[in-house]
Design a protein around this ligand. Structure first.
Ligand code: 9MR
Length: 488
């Protein structure tokens, strides 16, 4: 089966009647075909997950930023949703985790369209000034697996608590002094208390004032971009995970230290991949105070990519009454992204799956994201980490399905409104002036058989694929209304 990259496979499904009322027989037939083709039903047993095999289309869609939204070359609004891969990659010596190619196909079958792929300065440049080509080859192989699965990805130069010198990940050991590493007494609990260690602060201060270290960081990024040059599914770079300010004033750190470094990295990346989206994170103070001090600096193709956590949940607290907090945060984040003339994308969110109200949290978050039409990558895929979708042993956590929802992945229109009400989803928008390409809805393949159209307004036909539905419109600039049901 061929998967058309970006728009998903078509099984040549029959046309649906205008204004709804899909033929029940046709729908059941499509469902049957899908079940035969994919052999999938529920995603609770990993061994029975859908397998989408190649070959894939060579040409990926090209993305850019227009009026605060990611758009493709046909002007469609692009929503990307997926996961971080993965926490296990933090661990040496390989920094490649345990994922194998079928894992990437599983991620696609969950309805995900993007991966935030973790990489590390220490893995790219284990010795001062020396790039580890074998590591980059192995990274490129994972990128290829993602490409064959039909997944876009952006690369995240990850770090937590400076680097492996403090038992964490990020900056190579050689970037700081043994006497600072010696200040580590025992693993901090919770982990982010490690940022209080004076040795950690000293190493950050050194990084933010050393032109030499920053030149090495830039060289590591350039090597990653060069190695991944031939992969059109790589859409961008997340310049640094949760940058920490050391002993600088958090109110001026971003403007005075972080943004100058971002600018140099961006200039280097643009020489290699001018098409990349540039995912810019605020400093980690965002996770504490909920605000950023980044200043507009005219970076083209910028994506403002904060993380969305609440400190109480980060130490295992329940979700409880935090919905207004998250709603307010999303509004504030939107304001900050507009100030930067950037698109907004939540690069990390999630928590311990152990909270008793975790499903409520996930459902509320998805509703908030839908309302604001925002893309995201959930933290994280697993296996092993308590936040992860996949448990040790490879089975999905019981709550994981809550993240696997349909959403308008490519929208040939404007002014979208997307709302879920139980099993019923409503998507309304004004059709684009240019209707050469369809609207594409991504959805988890295990729900394909249950797709039922309730209303289709201004729709010529719809085609169902393995985890995509393509919607072809009749009239430009007219209101489109799609109502469908996907049984859980
Ligand atoms: O969930 C991760 C936890 O198991 C690790 O101990 C910790 C330190 O590496 O990192 C956690 O993941 C964090 C991510 O790296 C950065 N953003 C916040 C994530 C959740 O706390």
């Amino acid at each position: 089966m061929n998967v058309e990259w970006g728009e998903g496979p078509s099984l040549g499904g029959p046309s649906r009647g205008r204004r709804g009322r899909t033929s029940r027989v046709a729908r059941l037939l499509v469902g049957l075909v899908l079940l035969v083709v994919t052999g999938c039903d529920r995603p609770t047993d990993e061994s029975r997950m859908v397998v989408v095999d190649g070959p894939k289309r060579e040409e990926a869609l090209r993305f850019s930023i227009s009026e605060g939204q990611i758009v493709d070359q046909y002007g469609r609004l692009v929503l990307l949703r997926g996961i971080n891969v993965s926490g296990t990659w933090k661990q040496g010596p390989t920094h490649l985790g345990t994922q194998v190619e079928p894992d990437f196909r599983r991620y696609a079958s969950y309805g995900f369209t993007v991966i935030r792929l973790l990489t590390f300065w220490s893995a790219v440049m284990p010795e001062r000034g020396t790039i580890d080509g074998a590591y980059l080859d192995a990274l490129a192989q994972r990128v290829e697996w993602a490409q064959r699965a039909g997944l876009y990805l952006f690369v995240d130069m990850h770090q937590d608590v400076y680097g492996p010198g403090f038992g964490f990940n990020g900056a190579p050991i050689w970037t700081c002094d043994d006497r600072y590493y010696a200040m580590l007494i025992e693993p901090p609990v919770p982990w982010f208390f490690g940022y209080q260690n004076p040795g950690v602060l000293a190493c950050y201060d050194q990084l933010w004032s050393s032109q030499e270290l920053q030149a090495h960081y830039l060289a590591a990024w350039r090597a990653v971009a060069e190695r991944l040059q031939g992969y059109p599914n790589v859409i961008g770079a997340d310049l640094m995970n949760e940058p920490y300010w050391g002993t600088h004033d958090p109110a001026t750190f971003e403007r005075e230290r972080l943004q100058p470094m971002y600018r140099s990295v961006i200039a280097a990346l643009r020489e290699v991949r001018p098409d990349w989206l540039l995912f810019m994170e605020p400093s980690a103070v965002k996770n504490v105070l909920g605000r950023s001090y980044l200043e507009p600096d005219g970076t083209p193709n910028a994506v403002y990519a904060p993380h969305l956590y609440h400190p109480a949940m980060e130490i295992g607290g329940a979700y409880g009454t935090l919905k207004p907090y998250f709603s307010g945060r999303i509004n504030a984040d939107r304001g900050e992204s507009e100030k930067l003339s950037a698109a907004l994308f939540i690069g990390e969110w999630g928590s311990y799956g152990s909270q008793s109200d975790y499903r409520t949290y996930l459902a509320d978050m998805l509703a908030l994201y839908n309302r604001s039409y925002i893309g995201w990558t959930y933290w994280e895929s697993g296996p092993a980490n308590s936040y992860g979708l996949v448990a040790p042993g490879g089975t999905l956590k019981p709550w994981a399905e809550s993240l696997m929802e349909p959403y308008p992945h490519l929208l040939a229109g404007r002014e979208p409104q997307f709302v879920r009400d139980g099993e019923r989803y409503t998507l309304e928008y004004v059709a684009a002036a240019d209707l050469t390409r369809p609207t594409v809805i991504a959805f988890p393949s295990f729900r394909a058989a249950s797709l039922e159209w309730l209303e289709q307004l201004n729709v010529e036909r719809s085609e169902i694929g393995i985890h995509r539905v393509s919607i072809y419109h009749t009239t430009p600039n007219e209101r489109v209304r799609l109502v469908f049901r996907l049984a859980p």
